[in-house]
Design a protein around this ligand. Sequence first.
Ligand code: ADP
Ligand code: MG
Length: 420
Amino acid sequence: MDFVTKDLLISFLFILLALCLLQILYMATYVYQAKELQNWKIALFPIVSLVLCMVFPVYATDNNIWDLRYIPFILGGLYGGYKLGLIQLSILLFTRFLVGGVGFYAAATASIIIGISIYFLSKPYLNMKLKNKLLLSCTLLVMGITVSQTMASLLNSDILPMRYLVEYYSINIFGIIIVTILWEGIRTYSSLLQNLIKAEKIKTVSHLAASISHEVRNPLTTSRGFIQLLSEDISPEKRGEFVNIALNEIDRATNIINDYLTFAKPTIEKKEEINIQEEIEQAVNVISPLANMHGVGITQNIQKPEHHQFITMGERKKFQQCLINMVKNGIESMQSHGGNLHIDLSSFQNTIQIDIQDQGLGMSQEQINRLGQPYFTTKEKGTGLGMMVSYSIIKGMNGKIEVKSELGKGTCFRIILSKE
Ligand code: ADP
Ligand code: MG
């Protein structure tokens, strides 16, 4: 292997390095709810590898400066859109200009032609099949290299061995194929994770549905009984009393269903003021049928000093989901022997504190350490995503979660949020 190939392979290492970074960023956006990363994570990979490739190029001759810059340039533009393409084009031209030489004009022409193609192709590219994606990116690449090589050979009289050109073309083509496949893999993995997180909520919704049908049947049976009594010969006072009982029971059933629907219905999330006390009350309403089914009681205690409010900023539905995930875990840890789940809400100078204490199985230190990692579960039918979602929601609200747990005694989750 001679030096051109070797040096180009080092260049390829820079691209792979930046790709690893991209994978970590994709993961971090979901696990840590880092919304600010969402927009520029795609830009980071192409720019980092573009700059690294160009700072450490390979000199085939004095005028032929080779590197793998077209790989990040083309893929960055195709995946990230023409705006990112434009940024990359400016970086590319600027860096190449600093290096100087007649080769600049060749590189500039080739990059501008690629840039214009990206402008038209970046939208349809995202919806293409992998085979067409590969075909398109390879075509752009070959076109770019051919234009710049032809121009360079016209502008200067360097004679390049054919072997060099063959190596240059093949490393570029293999490189872009490998990077496209890896990038597609990263994208698929991250959308899979996103779908799993959605599925986790659907699972909670279906668990609750089973217990709710049970809970609704009771008031309906009671009111049916009383309505039946009305057809018998009874005094007007008794009649009024029975009607009242029947109506109350029907209202109860309606409330249970309404609470459930508010939780289950998907909504567009926006940041707003949330009253923690109301949210807890609503979460308890939604979850109590499930608690009843498992023989678990729920108690609440609110320590509310004068004039204190439990107001903070956040996305209401998400916060609600976080509470339900945690309360549900508490209930599930007690389902074999029953017990009581206690929710304690207290307010301090600048913070609001919610304690969710159960008398369940508890966790070992090792389990506590793994809490919040995706897919960590000790349950046969668990998803191991509930706590991850909860952590990321609280993180998104600039709060934190502390855990105290003792095996065989129970667990206490403490959510600390700052007041608005
Ligand atoms: P899942 O409930 O689907 O298992 P979670 O992310 O909600 O996923 O929880 C992950 C794991 O953390 C659980 O499997 C359990 O081992 C542990 N865990 C969470 N909350 C509690 C709790 N209150 N008591 C005991 N173990 C808990
Ligand atoms: Mg759970």
